[in-house]
Design a protein around this ligand. Structure first.
Ligand code: HEC
Length: 257
């Protein structure tokens, strides 16, 4: 057989590929029965790349072996007897390449894997009407004012039940009258996953700039949260924040020292 040397080397590549693709998951299945881990495609390609390099080095390391491989290639590409094999190989490679291109561009209908970041990182500062707010140092100025605290919470409650409860609900649980119309749904402030783990400056930023103020990670859905700095004064926003914490009993997240 003329092409035996090259075919033997190709068989070694195929066996190595089978070990990567099936052997590694099999070890995983032995360690944790009932599972079949998947080797990432990029890792498989990386392994194959090195395997092919090593096999080429092995073939080239010996003059006699290398000249046999060269002879195989000359036979395959030149000899009339190898015509069918040659044509079949070229057609197969073209078809595989064509399918790869088709597979890469064909439309898919699965939902995109990208998930919305519910609490995206805030900017370090933002400005409203020319006034800059530095989120790293911003604090609720009303919280220190113990004398007017009760009055501020009451004013915040009035704002909430005038402006926010349609969406965030009269129990602050995100189940307002309009809640079902929105995707993403309005935040549930009683849940420990929302205001309880956020700083007041973060709330200020979110309330003032609303859904349109969210950075890209806040997508892919459109938040219906309004841009409240157009309707509320700075003091009113701080008052409604006081109310949210007072009503739910949560404490705002402390600033890291
Ligand atoms: C039209 C419906 C609507 C109204 C009215 C509304 N919100 Fe929202 N709000 C949302 C939605 C939807 C979200 C969740 C999506 C998002 O984070 O933007 C949200 C999110 C928030 C968040 C972020 C919570 C978090 O965990 O990140 C705060 C704070 C908030 N709203 C406060 C308010 C306040 C205060 C008012 C009233 C002044 C108000 N909202 C009025 C729809 C509304």
């Amino acid at each position: 057989m003329r092409v035996s040397q090259t075919i033997r080397l190709l068989l070694v590549v195929a066996v190595a590929y089978a070990i990567v693709e099936l052997g590694i998951p099999a070890i995983g299945a032995l360690m944790k029965p009932g599972t079949w881990p998947v080797v990432p495609v990029h890792l498989v390609r990386l392994y194959l790349f090195f395997i092919v390099i090593v096999i080429l080095l092995y073939a080239a390391a010996d003059e006699e072996r290398w000249s046999r491989v060269r002879g195989d290639f000359r036979f395959f590409f030149g000899a009339p007897g190898a015509r069918i094999a040659r044509t079949a190989t070229i057609v197969a490679i073209s078809l595989a390449g064509g399918y790869g291109a088709y597979d890469a561009v064909r439309p898919r209908f699965e939902t995109p894997p990208e998930l919305r970041a519910v609490h995206p990182a805030p900017p370090s500062s933002f400005s409203i009407g020319g006034k800059m707010y530095d989120l790293l140092t911003l604090d609720n100025p009303l919280r220190a004012d113990k004398q007017n605290f009760a009055g501020d919470v009451k004013a915040g409650a009035a704002i909430f039940f005038k402006q926010c409860f349609f969406c965030h609900g009269d129990k602050l649980d995100g189940r307002g009258l309009y809640a079902d119309a929105f995707h993403p749904p309005p935040a549930n402030f009683r849940d420990i996953g929302t205001i309880a783990q956020l700083q007041e400056s973060y709330l200020f930023w979110r309330i003032a700039t609303g859904g349109p103020g969210l950075p890209r990670e806040g997508g892919p859905w459109m938040s219906s949260m309004p841009v409240w700095h157009r309707f509320l004064s700075e003091t009113e926003i701080w008052q409604v924040i006081l109310f949210l914490y007072d009503f739910t009993g949560h404490a705002p997240r402390a600033r890291e020292p």
